[in-house]
Design a protein around this ligand. Structure first.
Ligand code: ADP
Length: 376
């Protein structure tokens, strides 16, 4: 009986020593990987590991007994820490990114998890903070954000420039056009045939320039205004576009096939412009057949995907990127008139809606333009 009890005791002792060894190993691994500190519930530091001292540049003697505020950088608002203390005070784990200040004043970012250590009644008695240095990642993030802001600003400036330039060019151009037309009308009898041809070129040129300027204005005005997003019935939008294109549909005897489209959150004016450009191209870029244009949509978990399919001339694969750039055209004016702005506007509209636009096409067979709009 006595013997049995003593062997139980030895087993218990062994198992306790195994647990202690395991705990020491876990602590060793944690200290190797992370910046660790323990504070009491008032925030007074009771333990720091080597990594904590390295990053904060304080010795453990300088830290222990101090309030944790010693490494506060003043970067975060008071509410940030209030929310943190509320969470851990209730015994819940808190996670977040904190900017701290080292002894020499340098700043560093840490990804932090604070785990409340509780007594048997479930009340927090200490807080264990495990941190990882993310200063490099933050630096890269900051550089990326700065670059993005610079890019956005320079884009805005460019759009502004395009807008002002095209707007201011309209007036003198209108003058040239109207005087050329006046000469043609008033001096018709006095001009020889050659002069008449020249004037025709002049008027054609100014008309074309007017179209380019209008396109450029439209392009520069296609900006993102978050508050213009509305719940939009695309069946209504499509019907309006088809009404606007009635003449060219009838002239080319085009057949339009349309599926039922959804109601989505979008800028109705821009989406109308988008369908207008894609459908009018689908009708225009067709040489011999009766144009057949199919408009349909597909729903995925995150997006709506739309397609505008035609049976037209198609495009070579190596031109797929080029056609979405402003003023890029694959045909001469006499073959297919146009400005080369429509698809650039489509791309901008889709980017403004945080979607994607692309093409699948085979020369001689036709093209399908796809675009997505995220459901939000
Ligand atoms: P535009 O039609 O005024 O030239 P776009 O920007 O709309 O300008 O189109 C750019 C070019 O892409 C067109 O000039 C044409 O060569 C090509 N393209 C556009 N849509 C189609 C289409 N549906 N089929 C074949 N080519 C097309």
């Amino acid at each position: 009986m006595y013997k049995e009890a003593s062997s139980d005791l030895i087993e218990l002792k062994n198992s306790l020593s195994d647990t202690a060894f395991e705990l020491t190993s876990i602590k060793y691994a944690l200290d190797e990987a992370a910046i660790v500190a323990i504070t009491d519930i008032k925030g007074t530091i009771t333990y720091v590991n080597k990594k904590f001292c390295e990053i904060s540049k304080y010795s453990s003697d300088e830290l222990i007994g101090q309030n944790h505020r010693i490494i506060n950088s003043g970067y975060h608002p008071k509410e940030f820490f209030q929310q943190m203390y509320r969470t851990i005070g209730k015994g819940n784990v808190w996670r977040g990114q904190i900017r701290n200040k080292a002894k020499d004043g340098t700043l560093y970012w840490v990804d932090t998890t604070i785990v409340p250590l509780k007594d048997r009644a479930g009340k927090p008695t200490k807080y264990l903070a495990i941190r990882f240095d993310i200063s490099e990642q933050k630096k890269t993030e900051e550089i990326l954000n700065q670059t993005l802001t610079k890019l956005e600003n320079s884009n805005k400036e460019l759009e502004q420039f395009a807008y002002i330039a095209s707007h201011d060019l309209r007036e003198p151009l209108r003058m040239v056009t109207s005087y050329a037309q006046l000469i043609a009308r008033r001096y018709r009898e006095k001009l020889d045939d050659e002069a008449e041809v020249f004037i025709k070129y002049l008027v054609d040129g100014t008309n074309r320039m007017q179209m380019l300027i209008d396109g450029l204005l439209l392009y520069s005005r296609t900006t993102s205004k978050k508050n213009t997003l509305k719940q939009t019935d695309l069946n209504v939008v499509l019907q309006e576009v088809l009404d606007d294109l009635k003449i060219s549909i009838e002239e080319k005897h085009a057949e339009i096939k349309q599926g039922t489209l959804p109601n989505i959150l979008a800028d109705p004016i821009q989406i109308r412009q988008l369908f207008q450009n894609l459908i009018s191209n689908a009708i225009k870029y067709n040489k011999s057949q009766t144009p057949i244009v199919e408009i349909s949509s597909q729903e995925s978990l995150t997006d709506w995907c739309f397609s505008v399919k035609d049976n037209g001339i198609g495009i070579e694969q190596d031109q797929f990127d080029r056609i979405f750039k402003i003023f890029q055209r694959l045909h001469r004016q006499e073959e297919f008139p146009g400005t080369g702005i429509g698809l650039a506007v489509c791309k901008k509209i889709i980017e403004r809606h945080e979607g994607r636009i692309w093409i699948e096409s085979y020369p001689g067979k036709g093209s399908v333009f796809y675009f997505t709009i995220p459901k939000k």
